[in-house]
Design a protein around this ligand. Sequence first.
Ligand code: SF4
Ligand code: SF4
Length: 75
Amino acid sequence: MFVENSEKNRNICRSYCGTCPSYDKECGKLLFCSLGNINTEIAKKGCKCGMCPVAIEHKLDGSYYCIHGNLDTFG
Ligand code: SF4
Ligand code: SF4
């Protein structure tokens, strides 16, 4: 399901991506499931998307959106 780039979703993402061990703090970007991935090399150290309320509400079942983006948004 399409994810809106809303303040509410960004705030939720900040609590999940923002505290994720894989998160690229340098990029400062959030809401990868809406805005797409980033093009830098990311080491996979775990992903919190699975327990994120935005993912649950939008029935997302993937992970590592910072690496792969979200095909529901860009498909
Ligand atoms: S998309 Fe997943 S792996 Fe990437 S920063 Fe967010 S929670 Fe972590
Ligand atoms: S599903 Fe992942 S990328 Fe999307 S808001 Fe939640 S933590 Fe952030």
